[in-house]
Design a binder for this molecule. Structure first.
Ligand SMILES: Nc1nc2c(c(=O)[nH]1)N[C@H]1C(S)=C(S)[C@@H](COP(=O)(O)O)O[C@H]1N2
Ligand SMILES: [Mo]
Length: 334
């Protein structure tokens, strides 16, 4: 309890500093990253400290007629979007603690500017690049995806970012690259979950994909949501979003991308290999050893209004991605 209390004092002491950093980061990013109309139009709203929750002021900047055409691609869904306040208050980001409310409380301590990403392994252009340099050649776009956590809850989130394939092509992986792995920031001074003695994950958090999964048009790197820069608790400044896989594959706050010939080891698989496979495609017919995956709670959900819905194979993206797994036994490769 004493630990809990002193941590609370610490977090209140840093509030003003982190608020300053967030504003600086926001304005700096809107200017130097040229994040485009979608993000820069939101800089003002955000600097007041009042997040704009409806997303309506961004609707004008987006072309929803093309959204309709692209619904075949799975890039959009017309399901009701989960409100901003729920997306940013109910999080899994174990680097900041295991409670759903911990990331929002503590992730402000993470310094996200400056940020760089190391590219290594089977790739023609390895090196450490600033986030600005990495993003410069790309236009940002919006994707509205379902996110299905392995714990059987889900949200609908309007992300802003770029296709993962565009970033991968930029660094020219060699023909030996069969997999790509990702690593989250390791900075225990800023991430209280990484200092915790109770923590079971061996840091840094790592995830991975097969190359053809990574190159799939649905695979996305997000730098924002609801038209605003990514909140720290959602994985600022850049995180993966793989909508047909359980949420833990969508690794946050990425600092390293490595191309490999061998299947990379991944955090949850290492921790509990019987519960979390490498593939982790959303699959209602393969239960987690400790609970059913047949249905999910669509957030915001409550006891009175649980909003329980059926879980769909590949989280509803089977038309787009089932072909990646042709001939594979999905019970064995869960
Ligand atoms: N680095 C890191 N990335 C992570 C996690 C984490 O604990 N650490 N949790 C994962 C899990 S279990 C889920 S469901 C999603 C949650 O993303 P959200 O908080 O933006 O909804 O992030 C994933 N990415
Ligand atoms: Mo999750």
């Amino acid at each position: 309890m004493l630990v809990q209390r002193s941590a609370d004092i610490l977090s209140s002491e840093i509030t003003s500093e982190s608020a300053y950093l967030n504003r600086r980061q926001l304005m700096g990013a809107a200017g130097s990253l040229a994040l485009g109309a979608m993000l820069s139009s939101c800089a003002e709203a955000d600097s007041t400290g009042k997040p704009e929750t409806s997303g309506s002021s961004h609707a004008g900047a987006l072309d929803y007629s093309s959204a309709e055409k692209q619904s075949q691609s799975g890039f959009y869904t017309d399901e009701a979007k989960t409100p901003y306040k729920d997306i940013t208050a109910y999080n899994n980001f174990y680097e900041f603690g295991t409670d759903k409310s911990d990331p929002r409380k503590y992730a402000d301590k993470m310094v996200v500017d400056p940020w760089s990403i190391t590219i290594e392994g089977e790739v023609s252009k390895p090196g450490t690049y600033t986030l600005e340099d990495i993003l410069k050649p790309h236009d940002l776009e919006e994707r509205i995806y379902r996110l299905r956590c392995v714990e059987a809850w889900s949200m609908v989130i309007p992300w802003v970012g770029l296709p993962l394939s565009d970033l991968i092509k930029q660094f020219e992986p060699t023909s030996r690259a069969k997999y790509v792995s990702f690593e989250t920031l390791y900075r225990p001074e800023e991430m209280r979950g990484q200092r915790s003695r109770l923590s079971t994950i061996s840091w840094p958090y790592t995830e991975g994909l097969r190359m053809d999964e990574a190159m799939h048009p649905l695979s996305f790197l997000a730098v924002g949501l609801y038209g605003k820069l990514m909140p720290n608790q959602n994985g600022a400044p850049i995180r993966l979003v793989i909508p047909w896989k359980y949420g833990f594959k969508s690794i946050k706050s990425i600092v390293k991308i490595r191309f490999t010939e061998q299947l990379p080891s991944t955090s949850w698989n290492k921790l509990a290999p019987k519960e979390y496979g490498f593939y982790s495609n959303v699959n209602p017919s393969v239960d987690h050893p400790r609970w059913s995956q047949a249905s999910e709670r669509r957030l915001p959900s409550s006891l009175l209004n649980p909003r329980r819905i059926k879980t769909l194979p590949f989280n509803g993206y089977a038309n787009q991605v089932a072909g990646l797994y042709k001939g594979m036994d999905l019970r064995r490769y869960f």
